[in-house]
Structure formats: C-alpha cells, structure tokens
Design a binder for this molecule. Structure first.
Ligand code: NAD
Ligand code: UDP
Length: 317
C-alpha cells in the first residue's frame, strides 16, 4: 500500500509519515518546504519505504498511490499572513491537482481542512452542520476561504466523479516538531516561558481554544482514511477540552516552573472568540476521541522545546 502525504515535512505531516511507516506502509512525502522543515523528516530519509520529493503541489503531481493525505498548506496565522497567495493556491489549485490524481489512480483521499471554516463561530461547540461565520475579505480569509474552496472542490469530486474523498476539520493541534517561530500559541508561550521572556496575550485572553495532542490527531486522520464507506464525510477532529488563552498561559507557567510576566497586546483582527469541536460524529463514525490530557501533552511539548533550545545553545557556544 503506497500512501502519498502532501505537507509531509510539516508538523502534522511528519508525524503522520512516521506513524504510517511504523505500520509497514510505503510513504511518499511531497513538500515544497514553504513552512515545513527537512529536519522534521531527516530521520526518515534512510528508511527503505520512505521517499521524499521536494515539490510545490500547485504545479501538479503524477505519482502512483493508493491513498492521498493532502496536508500541504501554511497553517499558522503568522504563516498564512506571510504567504497569503500561496495559501489560497495550495488549497485551491493544489487540491484540484491532487483530486485529479486521486480520480486517475483511484486513490482514497483525505483533505486536511480546519476549524477556521467556522470563522468566528456563533454556535458552541461547533458541529459539522454549522456553516460558519467567516469574513471573506479579512486578513484570515486567505486561509479560511482557501480551505472552504478546498472543501467545496473535494465534495464536487465525490459527487461528480465518485472519488472516495473525506474531509477532516482539524482543530488546534500541538506537540513536538512545531516550529518555535511560527507564532502559534503553544510554541510562543512555551518558548517565552523557557527563555524567561514575558508571555504575550493578544486581546484580553478570554478567547478560547481546544488543544489536541499530535498523536491523537494522527490516529484520527488515519481512522478517517481507513474506515470504509465514508466518501463525502466531513468530520471534526479536535479535543473538546476548551480553555481560555489566559488559562493556558497560567498552565504553561506552572508546567515550566517559570512564572514569567504576562503582558497584554492588541487583539489580532478577526481572532475567533471561542472555538471548541463537537466530536459526536468522530466518536460515532470513527470510534475516535482524544486520549492525551492537555497537561500531559504540554509536558511532552515542553520537554521537546527544552531540547531544541539546549541544542541551539550548544551550537552557539
Ligand atoms: P505545517 O506548516 O507544519 O505543515 C504544512 C506543510 O505544507 C509544510 O511542510 C509546508 O512546507 C507544506 N506546503 C505548503 N505549501 C505547499 C505547496 N504548495 N506544495 C507542497 N508543500 C507545501 O502545518 P501543520 O500544522 O502541519 O498543518 C498541516 C495541515 O493541517 C494544513 O493543511 C493545515 O491547514 C491543517 N491544519 C492544521 C492545524 C494545526 O493546529 N496544526 C489546525 C487546522 C488545520
Ligand atoms: N495568541 C496569543 N499569544 C501568542 C500567540 C497566540 O495570545 O503569542 C492567541 C491568538 O490571538 C489566538 C490564540 O492564541 O486567540 C490561538 O492562536 P494561534 O496563532 O495558535 O492559532 P489560531 O487558533 O488563531 O489559528
């Protein structure tokens, strides 16, 4: 069984590749390294069942595969602000090329969508049948609308051509191999606490997020691919343990044992006020729910960033 993972050198993609290789699959990772890093997959490069292709998927791709996970896309607000056009293109043109490939080689397909399709949601928790509240022209729209277009295209390939495609709406996911500089809340808070800098909160810190540990996310994505009879199914994957950003800041200070100051900065424009997945469908259809409590996942992530910082310090000496 040959599995293509676009975005395979990214945070989620690299863990997914590793997990698939452990179970004996052949894995082809395609990545342009726009926001990902070769370092995430360096340990896999010598694996006999692993192949890495450095390529931009918006240019089209021709590879034999039995299953395709399409994860390529900038994912952090800082990342997609830096690469807004690339974000729109990889989720539209890139998704089109990959769906055409899935159609041609009869591969099963999973599109990595996002909770951002719900925008700044007006219902809580968010269920899959909620249409969302998205600003189509705001600073986040390159991501939100790019993913919404990708979802629409995926569904058209299911309806028009019978492609066996499924959509994962991924909620905030964290863990080792996150880019310390990508601006997301978990790396920012941990790196600041570990280096003794103040933790910066955008807004009043009352906005919420629900954090899913990477191993849970990989298990959910794989189940979504593996289960039969799910063509055209959209599923929320995320941890329903909803916390305010301020709570998260206190938790990171406590777990790192470093009570750095907390400072408040202006809120990011269009920053969603509340986000929490309703995972009833994932429970019913996939038998999936997260297993790793946020305190435990954060501890493992803190250990990872401690190592990264120690290695960087040793390199500087
Ligand atoms: P990431 O930035 O670490 O990984 C994305 C990878 O895609 C990177 O390696 C990047 O180089 C690659 N890429 C971008 N454009 C490309 C292109 N045109 N061609 C080939 N490769 C390209 O991000 P991540 O957190 O691992 O996210 C993976 C996927 O999951 C994304 O589609 C993202 O939208 C989705 N997602 C992630 C989260 C999260 O919390 N991490 C939440 C919701 C959705
Ligand atoms: N955030 C923050 N300080 C930071 C980084 C993020 O207060 O250093 C907030 C951000 O404004 C948002 C939440 O944390 O409300 C999650 O932000 P992130 O960039 O991780 O992803 P998002 O869920 O917005 O896509």
């Amino acid at each position: 069984m040959r599995i293509l993972v676009t975005g395979g050198a990214g945070f989620i993609g690299s863990h997914l590749c590793e997990s698939l290789l452990l179970d004996g699959y052949q894995v082809i990772a395609v990545d342009s390294l726009l926001t990902g890093r070769l370092g995430n997959i360096r340990h896999l490069l010598t694996h006999p069942f692993f192949r890495f292709i450095e390529q931009d998927v918006t240019q089209g791709i021709d590879i034999e595969a039995d299953a395709i996970f399409h994860l390529a896309s900038p994912a952090s607000p800082v990342g997609y602000r830096q690469y807004p056009i690339e974000t729109l293109l990889v989720n539209s043109v890139g998704t089109y090329h990959l769906l055409e490939l899935a159609r041609r080689v009869r591969a099963r397909f999973v599109f990595a969508s996002t909770s951002e399709v719900y925008g700044d949601p007006l219902i809580h928790p968010q269920r899959e049948d909620y249409f969302g509240n998205v600003n189509p022209i705001g600073p986040r729209s390159c991501y939100d609308e790019g993913k919404r277009f990708g979802e629409a295209l995926t569904m058209e390939f299911v309806r028009s051509f019978g492609v066996d495609a499924r959509i994962a709406r991924i909620f905030n996911t964290y863990g080792p191999r996150m880019d310390p500089a990508d601006g997301r809340v978990v790396p920012n808070f941990i790196v600041h606490a570990l280096t003794g800098e103040p933790i910066e909160i955008f807004g009043d810190g009352m906005q919420t997020r629900s954090l899913c540990y990477i191993s849970d996310m990989v298990r959910g994505l794989r189940l979504l691919m593996e289960r039969d009879g799910l063509a055209g199914t959209v599923i929320n994957l995320g941890n329903p343990d909803e916390r305010t950003i301020l709570e998260l800041a206190y938790l990171v200070r406590e777990l790192t044992g470093n009570p750095v100051p907390i400072v408040f900065r202006p809120a990011r424009p269009d920053d969603p006020g509340r986000r929490c997945p309703d995972i009833s469908r994932a429970r019913a259809v996939l038998g999936w729910e997260p297993r790793v409590p946020v305190e435990e996942g954060l501890r493992m992530t803190i250990d990872y960033f401690q190592d990264v910082l120690a290695r960087a310090a040793a390199f500087d000496e």
